[in-house]
Write a protein that binds this ligand. Structure first.
Ligand code: TYD
Length: 134
């Protein structure tokens, strides 16, 4: 079973010159084949997102703009990770409960996912999650 030690941050390579920064995500920095990309924007600062784990889906979360906190929880330990750089990629494996809060104004949260959307692979009840990782 995955633990929060399997959650990791990778730096996305970038090309910086006087015209700005170009960041590149190529398949070697994502540990799965991307099947879906979605993003959150216009998020009120007091909003609380996530609140689920995934049986099958691995994800990479990127703060494309602004900042927010991702809380990852393996049922035994949890940690709060602030994402505030568009070239930081947070990898979250399966069976990790995640919550996202503390959104800055203008924050955009990009998620690269290893699966297409399937509600059946979500665990949305925290008690069910705890039972599933015990
Ligand atoms: P939800 O899982 O609550 O979003 P978050 O994890 O960011 O808090 O999803 C919100 C709604 O969007 C819910 O009705 C499911 C739907 N949805 C899709 O239709 N497709 C998707 O790829 C995702 C991620 C969610």
């Amino acid at each position: 079973m995955n633990t929060i030690n399997d959650v990791s941050i990778t730096e996305i390579p970038k090309v910086h010159d006087e015209r700005g920064v170009l960041a590149v995500i190529e398949k070697d920095i994502i540990p799965f084949n991307i099947k879906r990309v979605y993003y959150l924007y216009d998020v009120p600062s007091d909003s609380f997102r996530g609140g689920h784990a995934h049986k099958d889906q691995q994800s990479v979360v990127i703060a494309l703009s602004g900042s927010f906190d991702v809380i990852v929880d393996d049922g035994k330990s949890k940690k709060r990770i602030m994402l505030n750089k568009p070239n930081q990629a947070l990898y979250i494996p399966t069976n990790i409960w995640r919550e996202i809060d503390n959104f800055s104004s203008g924050a955009v949260c990009l998620v690269l996912a290893s699966t297409t959307y399937d509600e059946n692979e979500y665990i949305r009840d925290y008690k069910d999650f705890i039972l599933s990782v015990r």
